[in-house]
Design a protein around this ligand. Structure first.
Ligand SMILES: CC(C)(COP(=O)(O)OP(=O)(O)OC[C@H]1O[C@@H](n2cnc3c(N)ncnc32)[C@H](O)[C@@H]1OP(=O)(O)O)[C@@H](O)C(=O)NCCC(=O)NCCS
Length: 167
Protein backbone atom coordinates (compact mmCIF):
# COMPACT_ATOMS: atom_id res chain seq x y z
CA UNK A 1 0.00 0.00 0.00
CA UNK A 2 2.95 2.40 0.49
CA UNK A 3 3.72 2.42 -3.17
CA UNK A 4 3.19 6.07 -4.04
CA UNK A 5 6.19 6.95 -6.17
CA UNK A 6 7.60 10.41 -6.61
CA UNK A 7 7.04 9.89 -10.33
CA UNK A 8 3.40 9.32 -9.56
CA UNK A 9 2.32 12.49 -7.76
CA UNK A 10 -1.06 12.69 -6.13
CA UNK A 11 -2.75 15.96 -6.93
CA UNK A 12 -5.26 16.79 -4.26
CA UNK A 13 -7.74 19.56 -4.74
CA UNK A 14 -9.81 19.74 -1.62
CA UNK A 15 -11.29 22.64 0.25
CA UNK A 16 -8.52 25.13 -0.44
CA UNK A 17 -8.68 27.33 -3.49
CA UNK A 18 -5.23 26.18 -4.43
CA UNK A 19 -4.45 22.49 -4.72
CA UNK A 20 -1.20 21.13 -3.35
CA UNK A 21 0.82 18.30 -4.75
CA UNK A 22 1.82 15.63 -2.24
CA UNK A 23 4.73 13.32 -3.02
CA UNK A 24 6.69 10.70 -1.15
CA UNK A 25 9.85 12.48 0.03
CA UNK A 26 13.20 11.88 -1.59
CA UNK A 27 16.49 12.33 0.23
CA UNK A 28 16.60 16.11 -0.21
CA UNK A 29 12.95 16.42 0.81
CA UNK A 30 13.68 14.53 4.02
CA UNK A 31 16.55 16.95 4.85
CA UNK A 32 14.26 19.88 4.05
CA UNK A 33 11.58 18.45 6.32
CA UNK A 34 14.04 18.02 9.21
CA UNK A 35 15.08 21.68 8.86
CA UNK A 36 11.44 22.81 8.66
CA UNK A 37 10.57 21.03 11.91
CA UNK A 38 13.71 22.04 13.79
CA UNK A 39 13.14 25.70 12.88
CA UNK A 40 9.50 25.79 13.95
CA UNK A 41 7.37 25.77 17.07
CA UNK A 42 6.51 23.60 18.93
CA UNK A 43 9.79 21.77 18.37
CA UNK A 44 11.93 24.78 19.33
CA UNK A 45 10.26 25.01 22.75
CA UNK A 46 10.43 21.23 23.12
CA UNK A 47 14.21 21.34 22.57
CA UNK A 48 14.02 19.10 19.53
CA UNK A 49 17.26 19.63 17.60
CA UNK A 50 17.97 19.31 13.89
CA UNK A 51 19.87 16.08 14.66
CA UNK A 52 16.78 14.64 16.35
CA UNK A 53 14.58 15.74 13.44
CA UNK A 54 16.99 14.18 10.95
CA UNK A 55 17.02 10.94 12.94
CA UNK A 56 13.28 10.58 12.32
CA UNK A 57 12.94 12.21 8.89
CA UNK A 58 15.85 10.28 7.38
CA UNK A 59 14.84 6.96 8.99
CA UNK A 60 13.25 4.66 6.43
CA UNK A 61 10.78 3.38 9.06
CA UNK A 62 9.02 6.71 8.72
CA UNK A 63 6.99 7.68 5.70
CA UNK A 64 7.64 11.31 4.81
CA UNK A 65 5.44 13.20 2.36
CA UNK A 66 6.16 16.69 1.12
CA UNK A 67 3.55 19.16 -0.12
CA UNK A 68 4.27 21.57 -2.93
CA UNK A 69 2.31 24.66 -3.86
CA UNK A 70 2.99 25.86 -7.40
CA UNK A 71 6.10 23.67 -7.42
CA UNK A 72 7.54 25.08 -4.18
CA UNK A 73 7.85 22.95 -1.06
CA UNK A 74 5.42 24.30 1.52
CA UNK A 75 4.96 21.60 4.15
CA UNK A 76 5.44 18.02 5.18
CA UNK A 77 3.95 15.18 7.20
CA UNK A 78 5.88 12.39 8.90
CA UNK A 79 4.05 9.11 9.49
CA UNK A 80 4.74 5.75 11.09
CA UNK A 81 2.45 2.97 9.84
CA UNK A 82 2.39 1.21 13.24
CA UNK A 83 3.69 3.94 15.55
CA UNK A 84 1.25 3.64 18.46
CA UNK A 85 -0.40 0.45 19.73
CA UNK A 86 0.12 -1.08 16.29
CA UNK A 87 -1.87 1.69 14.62
CA UNK A 88 -0.73 4.46 12.28
CA UNK A 89 0.80 7.47 13.97
CA UNK A 90 1.21 11.01 12.67
CA UNK A 91 4.57 11.91 14.13
CA UNK A 92 4.85 15.47 12.79
CA UNK A 93 3.09 17.86 10.49
CA UNK A 94 4.20 21.38 9.62
CA UNK A 95 3.64 24.04 7.01
CA UNK A 96 6.16 26.77 6.34
CA UNK A 97 5.03 29.90 8.14
CA UNK A 98 3.91 31.78 5.04
CA UNK A 99 1.74 28.86 3.93
CA UNK A 100 -0.23 28.33 7.14
CA UNK A 101 -3.94 28.97 7.47
CA UNK A 102 -4.70 28.22 3.80
CA UNK A 103 -6.10 24.74 4.23
CA UNK A 104 -2.89 22.96 3.21
CA UNK A 105 -2.47 21.30 6.62
CA UNK A 106 -6.02 19.95 6.31
CA UNK A 107 -5.16 18.51 2.88
CA UNK A 108 -2.06 16.78 4.29
CA UNK A 109 -4.16 15.32 7.13
CA UNK A 110 -6.82 14.12 4.64
CA UNK A 111 -4.06 12.48 2.63
CA UNK A 112 -2.58 10.67 5.67
CA UNK A 113 -5.97 9.47 6.88
CA UNK A 114 -6.86 8.18 3.42
CA UNK A 115 -3.55 6.34 3.18
CA UNK A 116 -4.40 4.20 6.22
CA UNK A 117 -8.20 4.05 6.13
CA UNK A 118 -8.51 0.66 4.47
CA UNK A 119 -6.18 -1.11 6.87
CA UNK A 120 -6.73 0.57 10.22
CA UNK A 121 -9.67 1.58 12.39
CA UNK A 122 -7.71 4.23 14.29
CA UNK A 123 -5.00 6.80 13.75
CA UNK A 124 -3.05 8.53 16.52
CA UNK A 125 -0.98 11.65 17.04
CA UNK A 126 0.45 13.69 19.93
CA UNK A 127 0.10 17.41 20.47
CA UNK A 128 1.93 19.50 23.07
CA UNK A 129 -0.28 20.92 25.81
CA UNK A 130 0.79 24.49 24.95
CA UNK A 131 0.04 24.09 21.22
CA UNK A 132 -3.58 25.07 21.61
CA UNK A 133 -4.13 26.11 17.97
CA UNK A 134 -2.90 22.78 16.66
CA UNK A 135 -5.05 20.95 19.21
CA UNK A 136 -8.10 22.90 18.04
CA UNK A 137 -7.18 22.03 14.43
CA UNK A 138 -7.11 18.31 15.30
CA UNK A 139 -10.33 18.46 17.33
CA UNK A 140 -12.13 20.08 14.40
CA UNK A 141 -10.95 17.13 12.33
CA UNK A 142 -12.47 14.60 14.75
CA UNK A 143 -9.47 13.74 16.94
CA UNK A 144 -10.17 13.18 20.64
CA UNK A 145 -7.74 13.28 23.57
CA UNK A 146 -7.28 9.74 24.89
CA UNK A 147 -4.26 10.13 27.14
CA UNK A 148 -1.64 12.43 28.49
CA UNK A 149 2.11 12.02 28.90
CA UNK A 150 2.96 14.52 31.63
CA UNK A 151 6.40 16.20 31.59
CA UNK A 152 7.25 13.98 28.63
CA UNK A 153 9.68 16.06 26.57
CA UNK A 154 10.08 19.06 28.86
CA UNK A 155 9.04 19.75 32.44
CA UNK A 156 5.68 21.45 32.75
CA UNK A 157 4.34 20.43 29.34
CA UNK A 158 2.41 17.32 28.42
CA UNK A 159 2.06 15.47 25.19
CA UNK A 160 -1.63 14.85 24.66
CA UNK A 161 -2.34 11.60 22.80
CA UNK A 162 -5.19 12.05 20.32
CA UNK A 163 -7.04 9.42 18.35
CA UNK A 164 -9.44 9.46 15.40
CA UNK A 165 -11.64 6.62 14.22
CA UNK A 166 -11.00 6.13 10.53
CA UNK A 167 -13.92 3.77 9.91
C1 LIG B 1 -0.83 23.02 12.54
C2 LIG B 1 -0.60 23.19 11.02
C3 LIG B 1 0.07 21.95 10.46
C4 LIG B 1 -1.97 23.34 10.37
O1 LIG B 1 -1.78 23.56 8.98
P1 LIG B 1 -2.47 24.85 8.27
O2 LIG B 1 -2.30 24.69 6.81
O3 LIG B 1 -1.97 26.08 8.92
O4 LIG B 1 -3.97 24.56 8.73
P2 LIG B 1 -5.34 24.88 7.98
O5 LIG B 1 -5.21 26.14 7.15
O6 LIG B 1 -5.80 23.64 7.30
O7 LIG B 1 -6.24 25.18 9.25
C5 LIG B 1 -6.03 26.35 10.02
C6 LIG B 1 -5.84 25.96 11.47
O8 LIG B 1 -4.53 25.47 11.72
C7 LIG B 1 -4.13 25.85 13.05
N1 LIG B 1 -2.96 26.72 12.98
C8 LIG B 1 -2.74 27.77 12.18
N2 LIG B 1 -1.53 28.32 12.42
C9 LIG B 1 -0.99 27.60 13.43
C10 LIG B 1 0.24 27.66 14.11
N3 LIG B 1 1.17 28.59 13.84
N4 LIG B 1 0.49 26.74 15.05
C11 LIG B 1 -0.42 25.79 15.35
N5 LIG B 1 -1.61 25.68 14.72
C12 LIG B 1 -1.89 26.58 13.76
C13 LIG B 1 -5.29 26.61 13.65
O9 LIG B 1 -6.14 25.69 14.34
C14 LIG B 1 -5.96 27.14 12.41
O10 LIG B 1 -7.30 27.47 12.62
P3 LIG B 1 -7.63 28.97 13.13
O11 LIG B 1 -7.08 29.86 12.08
O12 LIG B 1 -9.12 28.96 13.23
O13 LIG B 1 -6.92 29.16 14.45
C15 LIG B 1 0.25 24.45 10.70
O14 LIG B 1 -0.42 25.62 11.13
C16 LIG B 1 1.64 24.45 11.30
O15 LIG B 1 2.59 24.05 10.66
N6 LIG B 1 1.76 24.89 12.56
C17 LIG B 1 3.06 24.93 13.22
C18 LIG B 1 3.57 23.52 13.52
C19 LIG B 1 2.62 22.75 14.40
O16 LIG B 1 2.10 23.25 15.39
N7 LIG B 1 2.42 21.46 14.02
C20 LIG B 1 1.59 20.55 14.78
C21 LIG B 1 2.44 19.86 15.79
S1 LIG B 1 1.48 18.69 16.73
Amino acid sequence: MYTLRSSDPTLLSCRAMQPIQIDRAGEEDREWTAALLAGSEPWITLGVTIAMCRAACCNSEYLVYVARCEGKRCGAIVLHPRGLAGSPYIKSIALEEGFRGRGFGAQLMDFAEELFRSESRNIFLCVSSFNTRARAFYERRGYRAVGELADYLIEGASEIIMCKRLR
